[in-house]
Design a protein around this ligand. Structure first.
Ligand SMILES: Cc1cc2nc3c(=O)[nH]c(=O)nc-3n(C[C@H](O)[C@H](O)[C@H](O)COP(=O)(O)OP(=O)(O)OC[C@H]3O[C@@H](n4cnc5c(N)ncnc54)[C@H](O)[C@@H]3O)c2cc1C
Ligand SMILES: NC(=O)c1ccc[n+]([C@@H]2O[C@H](COP(=O)([O-])OP(=O)(O)OC[C@H]3O[C@@H](n4cnc5c(N)ncnc54)[C@H](OP(=O)(O)O)[C@@H]3O)[C@@H](O)[C@H]2O)c1
Length: 459
């Protein structure tokens, strides 16, 4: 038997999920020291995860990592198994039979819950839904958002909340030459949303926006950014926080917010109100959201460990739309341990561990399903590389037997009637999207239904 990781007996790895962490893991394996074959299994026909379906359409530069991923997708020994869901079309046990290692990079597919009364009233949505809808994700294609409402509340003060605020605040003129989905552009064209309240449970020094994203919210041509100066008064612990050198992003955020507070509204058609130290205690209304009951919070704890505690003081804000942008969460896949509290696959150095904390041979994770839903695209590169390092260190335990890999998986999926979308198939869909966008001045017009994408491959 040839040693595992040699040309006659290559290391066969199934990577589950084609977002940044999946592509960075594939790249690290293919450029690594051993002969490897990498099959990326993706439940959608379109690859690239949140770079395609999360990153905001008006931030095209941030989608440039796709150029790197598409080069990896063209590399020898790489195969895409698009339109194949692990745990549905193929079980984890079957993947383990076919591959020496299975590396999960399936991201955080759902949202966290606030756990308050009225959270599920019509008119209350997660940012996950709204973002996926305007980005043309097939699962969210048919969602409806009542943009007839004047007042929208966005709960949470991270960069996803910033994206949601911008898309609500921008005019169609500003969005029409982006890759925003056509159905969203049409709905946003009729939007009557005028007041947007973005609500943080903690103070301005704890907002999670990055500086560039926050600054941009103050520079929108059609929307005034408003902050009440008294909301920027910091408690002693927050002052310590922003004076710490390493916390320069927070210090700069406070400075940017002070600049917003110093400006008077200029009469732009929309207004974005930053609110701090408030938490939704309940959403209320007859048959739909009509009000958000906001509890006033106070911060407790030492610097960098401050927690928001609700006080008895409340304010009722009339609003017809609520977007909860309080973070994403992973979902389980049968056959893989799941930490429901953190919404991740439990790992140690990238190795998935069982309830006793022991690594399960051949199972690995990287990206948001390993770390939780934080970090920018680039964060996933170092993370994926470190998991691949652990996988390669385990090589002696993963071999020496040869595995059927992609050939075997193709046979299995063919017998089940699954239409695999290969990398070549994807590039065909990609080219058609770009061609559809060109007459509209858009970088692409996305197909937003799985059937439409598969249809392209039959002609
Ligand atoms: C709304 C939003 C906007 C963002 N904007 C930016 C930005 O502008 N700049 C930036 O640097 N970062 C941004 N980020 C962060 C960045 O997108 C993430 O760091 C990154 O996408 C995480 O990568 P991942 O590969 O772990 O997960 P994902 O990108 O989520 O990829 C996971 C992939 O796995 C697939 N999958 C899931 N389950 C299965 C299964 N069972 N079988 C097969 N496939 C499966 C999914 O379909 C998906 O394609 C944004 C995040 C969000 C939520
Ligand atoms: N342009 C970009 O680079 C870009 C764009 C989008 C996303 N991203 C990245 O993607 C990652 C995810 O972004 P995100 O915005 O989803 O997450 P995030 O940065 O973690 O922000 C989540 C926000 O929700 C708040 N929150 C959490 N639980 C809450 C609760 N129960 N009640 C009220 N508020 C609550 C948090 O407040 P606390 O601080 O009090 O917990 C925080 O303000 C981040 O790393 C982000 O930088 C980057």
């Amino acid at each position: 038997m040839d040693a595992l990781g040699t040309d006659p007996n290559p290391l066969r790895v199934a990577v589950v999920g084609s977002g940044p962490s999946g592509f960075y893991a594939a790249e690290a394996l293919l450029k690594g020291p051993v002969a490897a074959r990498v099959d990326v299994i993706e439940r959608l026909p379109a690859p690239y995860g949140l770079v395609r379906y999360g990153v905001a359409p008006d931030h095209p530069k941030l989608k440039e990592p796709i150029l790197v991923y598409s080069a990896t997708a063209r590399a020898p020994h790489f195969s895409l198994f698009g339109n194949v869901a692990a745990g549905v079309d193929v079980s984890v046990a079957e993947l383990r039979e076919h591959y020496h290692a299975v590396l999960f990079t399936c991201g955080a597919q759902t949202d966290r819950q606030l756990g308050i009364a009225g959270e599920d009233l019509p008119g209350s949505h997660t940012a996950t839904e709204f973002v996926a809808w305007y980005n043309g994700h097939p699962d969210y294609r048919d969602r409806r958002f009542d943009l007839e409402q004047d007042v929208a509340v966005v709960v949470g003060q991270g960069n996803v909340a910033a994206d949601v605020c911008r898309i609500l605040a921008k005019s169609v003129g500003e969005l029409k030459t982006t890759d925003i989905a056509a159905h969203a552009l049409e709905a946003l064209a009729a939007s009557r949303v005028r007041e947007i309240h973005v609500i943080g449970r903690r103070g301005p020094a704890q907002a999670k926006f990055t500086n560039k994203e926050l600054k941009e919210l103050g520079e929108l041509p059609g929307c005034d950014a408003l902050v009440q100066p008294q909301d920027l008064e910091l408690n002693p612990a927050s002052r310590i926080e922003i004076e710490a050198k390493a916390n320069y992003v927070a210090a700069k955020n406070v400075e940017i917010l002070r600049e917003f507070a110093a400006k008077r509204p200029t009469g732009k058609p929309r207004r974005l109100h930053f609110r701090f130290l408030q938490s939704p205690a309940a959403l209320a209304g007859t048959g739909r959201v009509e009000q958000a009951v906001l509890a006033r919070n106070r911060l407790e704890g030492e610097a960098f460990k401050q927690v928001a505690h609700e006080t008895a003081a409340t304010e009722t804000l009339a609003c017809g739309l609520v977007f909860r942008s309080i973070g994403y969460s992973g979902v389980p896949i049968p056959g893989v341990p799941f930490d429901a509290r953190r919404g991740v696959f439990p790992t140690q150095d990238g190795r998935i561990v069982d309830t006793a904390g022991e690594p399960i041979p051949g199972l690995y994770a990287a990206g948001w399903i390993k770390r939780g839903p934080t970090g920018i695209i680039g964060t996933n590169r170092a993370d994926a590389v470190s998991t691949v390092k652990a996988l390669l260190a385990d090589l002696p335990q993963l071999g020496p037997d040869a595995k059927p890999g992609g050939e075997g998986l193709r046979r299995l999926l063919a017998a089940r009637g699954v239409r695999i979308v290969s990398a070549a198939d994807w590039f065909k869909i990609d080219a058609l999207e770009v061609a559809r966008g060109a007459p509209l001045g858009k970088p692409r017009e996305k197909f937003t239904r799985v059937a439409e994408m598969l249809q392209c491959l039959n002609v």
